[in-house]
Design a protein around this ligand. Sequence first.
Ligand code: ZN
Length: 307
Amino acid sequence: MSDYSGRHRPPTRAERRAIERSSRLPKSFGPAYLIPTAAAATLVLTAAGATAAQSSSFTGASAATQARGALLSPSQDQDTASSLLSDPALGESAREEVAATAEEKSGLATRRQAASTSVAKDQGRTQERKRAARDKARAELAADKKAAAKKRQSASSTKDSTSTESTSSESSGTTTVGAQSWVKPLDNAVFTSPFGPRWGKLHAGQDYAAPVGTPLKALSSGTVVGAGPMSGYGIYIDIKYWDGTVVRYAHMSSFSASVGQQVAPGDVVALSGNTGRSTGPHLHMEIHPGGGAPINPAGWLAERGIG
Ligand SMILES: [Zn+2]
């Protein structure tokens, strides 16, 4: 191309040969027909009398080169092939082969088209299934969120029914833990006596040894429903929690939350002591589900992770 003058001239003999070659064969063997090339080469070789074994190693461009040679001469001599290309008889035969190959190519193209259409349909179906799964997961997530919001709302409306200052504890910012979480009644608790019969009577709670003045904390969100001195219990405080359970602390030295007050998990409501019928400083704690008869606190506390 470097000596191209910009004027038209008739092609030289070599150029004509090259044009003839490129117009006859390369369409079947060129890069635009990469995938079926091996198949086409096999076809051509079979027509030229080559064995299947010979064609089996053909791949890509080398297959095209070898097939071109084989098409014209089984000896695969390139010079012979080139000279034979100009032979009208062989040219005719080559044209027929090319035509046959083109037919085969078009058949292959049709099958490929059908296959790729089928693949596209499969992909479409798969994508549709994935989309449906995603939509379903999204819907379930939304439903979960809705249910959680409803639960929160009903929890707060329960509190509303017990007191008008229900939101004060939540908005006070003192609760980094959830409003329905449970915390232990005191730090460094030393369990000393379980629930059960004691000296012919029921010990209705369980005891923790604690020096006088140890801070006693609300187990969760709730309302103070009773507080004061009482025979046997000494100074006590009753708190009704959000789940309806009433928990009593007794033998205290003082309380700092008054009846009707809202408390949050961990709020200090009293200080431990040794008042009432007590043989030493300790916290006596009773669990009354629904405000009814006391139960063994061990299981109840364990269920809430504060046993
Ligand atoms: Zn006790």
